[in-house]
Structures are given as structure tokens and as C-alpha cells.
Design a protein around this ligand. Structure first.
Ligand code: RB5
Length: 144
């Protein structure tokens, strides 16, 4: 069975967390589609949210992880795309409920607000949790 690809992208503020999470994803057996940025030079987070939206629309990946300093800017930008349900998560409970209730397809983290262990816990929980469907599907349909 082919390995699932997870798309990941960040701005400069999230670059170091992105690199650490790439390692975690590869060790967990996923393929990683790294959409940048590639270093600490200042960039604009909407460009990376747009790259994530394109990767998910093209089918290169079904799920993704975005990181900026707070996770706020990049989640606002990502959620402007109708097919994206980006959830900024601060802990594993957020990540679990974002999957169970919201069928989030993009996990968003803040490099300045979540430490490395919390970020890793969020990624694991996000990827390991399924959508509950039922009444939650009806609500999602209203946004689609
Ligand atoms: C970049 O300095 C910073 O504004 C960005 O990473 C993010 O926190 C915006 O929401």
C-alpha cells in the first residue's frame, strides 16, 4: 500500500518547527510534501497557505500541517479556500476534536505559542483521529 503523503508548509517563523515535524512524519511512516519555506528569511504566510490549498486541491495530499508564529495568520489565509478546513490547535484535545467534529484537513500550529512536545502531540493526534460524521457532516455540508 502506498504511504500517505502529508503536505507541510510554514513561513519563516514556523520554519524550524516545520523541519522538526517533517522528521516526526517521516519516522511515523508518512511521505512528506514540503511546500516551503526553505529557510529563516522573512516571507509572507498567505503564500504558504495558498500553496497548501493548491496541494490539497491537486490531490498531492489529502491532509496538511501549516505553521506560522501564532498559527493565526496562516489559518485565516488557509480558510479563505472553500475546500480547506484549517484548525489552529493549541493542544491534543483541540487536535482530536478538530478531526472528530470538524473533519479538519489542515492542522495549524503556532511556533511561538506551542512548544515542541505539544506540537508533536497535536500532529500525532490529528493524523490518528477519524471524523465522526453524523450530525457533524450536516454542519460541514453547510460550509461547503
Ligand atoms: C511573522 O512575523 C508573523 O507575523 C507570522 O508568523 C504569524 O504569527 C502571523 O499570524
Amino acid at each position: 500500500m502506498p504511504r500517505e503523503a502529508i503536505a507541510i508548509a510554514s513561513d519563516h517563523a514556523g520554519f524550524e518547527v516545520k523541519e522538526a515535524l517533517k522528521k516526526l512524519l517521516l519516522e511515523a511512516g508518512y511521505d512528506v510534501a514540503d511546500l516551503g519555506t526553505d529557510d529563516l528569511e522573512s516571507v509572507d504566510y498567505p503564500d504558504f497557505a495558498d500553496a497548501m490549498a493548491k496541494a490539497l486541491a491537486d490531490g498531492g495530499a489529502a491532509r496538511g500541517v501549516l505553521i506560522c508564529g501564532t498559527g493565526i495568520g496562516i489559518s485565516i489565509a488557509a480558510n479563505r479556500h472553500r475546500h480547506i478546513r484549517a484548525a489552529r490547535c493549541c493542544d491534543a484535545t483541540d487536535a482530536r476534536l478538530a478531526r472528530e467534529h470538524n473533519d479538519a484537513n489542515v492542522l495549524v500550529l503556532g511556533s511561538r505559542t506551542s512548544g515542541p512536545e505539544t506540537a508533536s502531540d497535536c500532529v500525532r493526534m490529528f493524523l490518528d483521529t477519524g471524523f465522526e460524521g453524523g450530525r457533524h457532516q450536516r454542519r460541514i455540508d453547510k460550509m461547503s
